[in-house]
Design a protein around this ligand. Structure first.
Ligand SMILES: [Zn+2]
Length: 502
């Protein structure tokens, strides 16, 4: 197969090839060059694409949770992260993991994603193991390349404090109802979570589109001992470790209270950071933490839409890039359009860092840097490395063909860099063809493997029939909100200057 376009980008930051093409053999790229040259060598090859198309490396959504229906679609409106998270568990029932994940994959593929890092949390069915298997089956059916990462946690289920301490603070009746709800849930231990990771890895070892990563929910929810075990699991599997950290100012403050120092500095000394570690969010990093990530080669998964929607702020990505931190990009199921459009997320990432920075403006990442995050950065975070994020010989044949006439319509000045036109103008609707491992999974805007309408109908039925979570979770919300009172710090010294009170 030869994949061609009027322009082809071999790699973010490289020069576009006019009338470019890649020759695909098996699931890999055998050659990159001009279409005329490659088709002369292989005149028998099937041709995908045309002069109407622009070809870019497949995009990598480096952090999300496999949610097909958005939280808004399920009646859970945006809010401040901590009470929002609690209300999530109180309001979002255990929807069918297979159908919900499959729908999430269709959204991603439609916006040019060929690889995603799915941090799998418990959906509330009481059987996290079955949920993980169902989600992974959906990814394999959709044809997406996946870094699947079932999360482990071993503490602080309600607030950033011991569950027993929190329960003891509740009125006796409420505490009894909580105890009863917890007792009704089947047990799920840290050992269970780590066994699941090993089992999934063993069963998918021969699948080039699956890697199983170790994952901790985040430092508030994972002891140091658990981080050590997760690091060992990641090394044993030869993959990586992924976790949330420093998403909100409360999380930053929690680290100072519990560790007595910056969270990522502590986790570095625990051994959790390194070149196969990726950290989602990292909005509230100090300079020392940015340095710790740069020195250890730790990648950051930037989730700008999610951070806006959940009142978390803006991650200091400009500072990260200046210090050489590898940054990837994730939609986190919280895209600004509520549709998980990865191309839109590139645009948000390009816009949200444009704060004043003196007369020589550093307006945050430019189009090339944002494209790099969504390709090469994602390759690092998912631990696929050189195999994805680029159209080079030996890499997996993961590519996206955009309808460039539609992106440019009715006219685009030839002097406009194609990266800028892409980042500022392209939407999921412009994605024409998506190729994963040499296989066309979206052709002319239609899925080749999946009947989209049928999945939509089944998912709608499943959502309507999903039972509500235990009512006691909703009763906890006032106590949880009260627990965080007084945590705000007045003396921030932000890395970005946003505005000024005096
Ligand atoms: Zn997340």
């Amino acid at each position: 197969v030869i994949v061609r376009g009027r322009l082809l980008l071999p790699e973010a930051g490289a020069a576009w090839i006019e009338d470019g093409a890649v020759l695909v053999e098996g699931d890999e790229i055998a050659a990159v060059g001009r279409f005329a040259d490659l088709s002369a060598v292989r005149p028998d090859a099937e041709v995908v694409g045309s002069e109407r198309h622009v070809v870019i490396p497949g995009l990598v959504n480096a952090h999300y949770h496999g949610e097909g229906l958005s939280t808004v679609q399920r009646g859970h409106l945006d809010g401040l992260l901590e009470p929002w998270m609690t209300a999530y568990w109180a309001r979002i029932g255990a929807i069918d993991a297979y159908l919900d994940t499959l729908w999430s994959d269709l959204k991603l593929i439609r916006s040019g994603v060929t690889t995603a890092l799915h941090m799998a949390f418990h959906r509330g069915s009481g059987d996290p193991r079955q949920e993980a298997y169902d989600s992974l089956r959906a990814h394999r059916d959709a044809g997406l390349r996946i870094a699947f990462s079932p999360q482990a946690k071993d503490r602080n289920n309600y607030v950033y404090d011991d569950d027993g301490t929190f329960a003891a603070s509740l009125p006796a009746g409420l505490r009894a109802r909580l105890d009863a709800a917890v007792a009704a849930m089947p047990p799920w231990t840290t050992d269970d979570a780590l066994t699941l990771v090993d089992d999934l890895a063993a069963e998918t070892a021969s699948d080039p589109r699956v890697r199983i990563l170790a994952s901790g929910s985040g430092p508030q929810w994972c002891s140091d001992e658990l981080f050590v075990r997760l690091r060992e699991a990641a090394d044993r599997l030869g993959t990586g470790l992924h976790f949330h950290a420093l998403e909100s100012p409360y999380q930053r403050e929690w680290g100072r209270r519990v560790y007595g120092r910056d969270t990522l500095v502590h986790l570095r000394d625990v051994g959790a950071l390194g070149p196969t570690t990726s950290v989602a969010h990292a909005v509230w990093m100090t300079e020392a933490e940015i340095d710790a990530c740069a020195e250890t080669g730790t990648a950051i998964c930037h989730n700008p839409s999610s951070n806006i929607r959940l009142h978390c702020g803006v991650a200091p990505v400009t500072s990260m890039l200046e210090r050489g931190v590898e940054v990837a990009l994730g939609v986190d199921g919280m895209g600004l359009n509520d549709d998980d459009d990865m191309l839109q997320e590139l645009r948000v990432a390009a816009m949200v860092h444009r704060f004043p920075r003196g007369l020589e403006p550093r307006w945050g990442p430019g189009a090339v840097e944002v494209l790099r995050m969504a390709t090469l950065g994602g390759a690092r975070a998912t631990t696929y490395g050189d195999a994805i994020g680029r159209l080079r010989p030996g890499a997996k044949a993961d590519a996206v063909l955009l309808d460039w006439d539609a992106v440019a319509a009715p006219y685009l000045d030839p002097a406009t860099p194609a990266e800028d036109a892409l980042v500022h103008r392209a939407r999921a609707a412009h994605v024409d063809t998506v190729i994963v491992g040499g296989e066309v999974v979206l052709a002319g805007g239609r899925f080749t493997r999946i009947d989209e309408g049928e999945v939509a109908a089944r998912l709608a039925d499943a959502a309507a029939a999903t039972p509500a979570p235990p009512a006691v979770l909703d009763e906890l919300r006032p106590a949880i909100a009260a627990w965080f009172e007084g945590w705000e710090e007045p003396d921030y010294r932000p890395l970005y200057v946003v505005n000024s009170r005096s």
